[in-house]
Write a protein that binds this ligand. Structure first.
Ligand SMILES: Cc1cc2nc3c(=O)[nH]c(=O)nc-3n(C[C@H](O)[C@H](O)[C@H](O)COP(=O)(O)O)c2cc1C
Length: 221
């Protein structure tokens, strides 16, 4: 698959079949993604791949917390700035509106919206997930390195015919993730990622992007 095709066909897929993900494909992807750049070649990411019984156990334990209306563990980093101003607030709201509209969920149905959010903790049905941790002493530059690494993983998954959804939502139930993956002391969970084959029966709306001139400036003549 051409790189442009891989980048353009990557999207946050939120419906997967139960078709297993071959371990060899994940090893190929994660070996190649390890070539991602990082400042000083620190390679600050620490990844746990979870499938099979451990993933079933994670989904079960998390579902129990969701069913108990457990609001989650204290957050270790803000997912968004507390006061999200324009244009970011509008972009976020539009993405959410388009998503709920595609799912046929009206604005005044918070329970249906909650169910859609809760699907995060079932990995949207995916049979594989990864969890990306960093050493908690790392700073913004290393978090950016982890972002490049994760994007490389997602693009390479496309080359394997697989799809993904990156998920900060897992940080909400990070203690349950830690019970299953047992990370050493000193790591902080950045995000999870659901991985699998897309369930093409799940409706979605492709997200928009700002016009190039809003985010890129060319200085030439
Ligand atoms: C770091 C990161 C965390 C994300 N966390 C979640 C999440 O918890 N749940 C979710 O459904 N989507 C999550 N997303 C997906 C974004 O909503 C999605 O990438 C964005 O709306 C653009 O849509 P696209 O990826 O389909 O192009 C996350 C994306 C990133 C990069």
């Amino acid at each position: 698959m051409d790189v442009y095709e891989a980048v353009m066909s990557r999207r946050a897929v939120r419906g997967f079949t139960d078709e297993p993900v071959p371990r060899e494909a994940l090893e190929r992807v994660l070996s190649a993604a390890a070539r991602s750049p990082s400042g000083g070649n620190l390679q600050p990411w620490r990844t746990y791949v979870v499938t099979g019984d451990p993933l079933a156990e994670l989904k079960k334990r998390t579902a129990e917390r969701v069913a108990a209306e457990d609001r989650g563990d204290e957050r270790e980093y803000p997912m968004y700035p507390p006061e999200l101003s324009g244009p970011y607030r509008e972009r976020r709201a539009e993405a959410a509106e388009r998503r709920y509209a595609a799912l046929g969920i009206p604005r005044d149905d918070p329970r249906a919206r909650h169910r859609a959010v809760a699907a995060n903790w079932d990995c949207f049905g995916a049979p594989a997930a990864l969890f990306c941790y960093l050493d908690r002493r790392m700073g913004p530059a290393q978090w950016a390195d982890a972002g490049m690494y994760l994007q490389t993983v997602m693009v390479l998954l496309r080359a394997e015919g697989l799809h993904s959804c990156p998920q900060m939502a897992w940080s909400v139930y990070r203690r349950t993730v830690a019970e299953v993956v047992s990370p050493p002391e000193g790591l902080i969970l950045f995000c999870g990622m659901s991985i699998g084959h897309e369930d093409v029966g799940v409706p979605y709306a492709r997200t928009e992007r700002a016009p190039l001139a809003e985010t890129v400036t060319f200085l030439d003549d």
